[in-house]
Design a protein around this ligand. Structure first.
Ligand code: NAP
Ligand code: ZN
Length: 349
């Protein structure tokens, strides 16, 4: 089916209206009419080919929510009209150990929601800045929040799971001191989730203007990371730090805040590498530096249900599709509280 979308034809071009084709649903497919799609910093990295290898036309968007509008004959457990979500994954091999463990995010053949290989036109996947998407049922999530919160649920599909998964893996909970570095789309979800898990949460921001706001999001303390005295006051005190920063920076400044056996996990994926950390920042307290990528499908459903039962959604600013180029510039400047979400009804306006 021909549908409206918003995307770019080249790295140096702005996004613009495009017509794209979605496949007709086959036996295990779910066709979704997209209501809203969040704007992730990864969309900017990809559409501008900052990570290299972007295929054009590029239609970004992997924080997708909407309603089921058609079902393949073999799909079970979903009805037309159900509220559903699609995150960063639309396919995987379904037979490797990672897929068997429900960690499709680490499958060597994971297909991303955009820029991934597919036999559909035009030969690579096209994301959620569009009216509709067709996805195998395995990768479709159930949304149990009230419908009135649907737009603010969209960012959970990437920002939510990318922060939830490492917080769970490193067993964050009561009695622990946890830092979240970079209070953007991912970071603001990290604050909400770590707070709901019962940790003592410290926000690290470069933006003085976020000092009060970060407390409202769930931080017990806020550190402006440009202030050396504020940083030094937290030396050797953290069990876990989640680093969401989208730009290269000095990791030592945060590693030395970990106590013995503490871990800092990187989820931010800057286009150019961080300066290599000093070995003495690690060996002196047996500290670990780790990474984590989104999360698997079962854990994404677990995160959505955790958020529904704790009343957690993202703080969003709704935009029309034709405002997305401006939204990118504002996000790069840190001028977003805390996630832009596209109203996909604007694609036809
Ligand atoms: P975002 O909304 O732009 O937030 C990033 C935040 O990092 C900013 O709000 C800012 O927070 C801080 N920051 C930005 N530039 C900085 C600089 N030069 N120095 C220090 N701090 C800086 O981006 P996002 O959507 O949360 O994504 C963050 C990163 O995670 C991106 O690189 C994205 O591609 C990546 N990502 C990774 C995964 C994964 O699976 N690992 C999934 C999704 C996204 P303050 O104003 O508070 O300092
Ligand atoms: Zn994302």
């Amino acid at each position: 089916m021909n549908i409206k979308a918003y995307g770019a034809l080249a790295a140096e071009q702005p996004l613009k209206p495009l017509d794209i084709i979605r496949r007709a649903p086959s036996a295990y497919d779910v066709q979704i009419d997209i209501a809203y799609c969040g704007v992730c910093h990864s969309d900017v990295h990809q559409v501008r080919s900052e990570w290299a290898g972007t295929l054009y036309p590029c239609v970004p968007g992997h924080e997708i929510v909407g309603r089921v509008s058609a079902l393949g004959g073999q799909v079970s457990g979903l009805q037309i009209g159900d509220l559903v979500g699609v995150g960063c994954i639309v396919d995987s091999c379904q037979s490797c150990a990672d897929c068997g463990d429900g960690l499709e995010n680490y499958c060597d053949h994971m297909v991303g929601t955009y820029n991934g290989p597919t036999s559909d036109s035009p030969g690579h996947t096209l994301g959620g800045y569009s009216q509709q998407i067709v996805v195998h049922e395995r990768y479709v999530l159930r949304i149990r929040h009230p419908e009135s919160q649907l737009a603010a649920v969209a960012p959970l599909l990437c920002a939510g799971i990318t922060t939830y998964s490492p917080l769970r893996h490193w067993q964050v909970g009561p009695g622990q001191k946890v830092g979240v570095v970079g209070i953007g789309g991912l970071g603001h979800m990290g604050l909400k989730l770590a707070h709901a898990m019962g940790a003592h949460v410290v926000a690290f921001t470069t933006s003085e203007s976020k000092r009060d706001a970060a407390k409202a999001l769930g931080a017990d303390e806020v550190v402006v990371s440009r202030n050396a005295d504020e940083m030094a006051a937290h030396a050797k005190s953290f069990d876990f730090i989640l680093n969401t920063v989208a730009a290269p920076h000095d990791l030592n400044a945060f590693l030395v805040l970990l106590k013995r056996d503490g871990t800092m996990t990187l989820v931010g994926a800057p286009a150019t590498p961080h300066p290599s950390p000093q070995v003495f920042s690690l060996i002196t307290k047996r500290r670990s530096l780790a990474g984590s990528m989104i999360g698997g499908i079962p854990e994404t459903q677990e995160m959505l249900d955790f958020c529904a039962s704790h009343g957690i959604v993202a703080d969003i600013e709704m935009i029309r599709a034709d405002e997305v180029n401006t939204a990118y510039e504002r996000m790069i400047k840190g001028d977003v509280k805390y996630r832009f979400v596209i109203d996909c009804a604007s694609l036809t306006a």
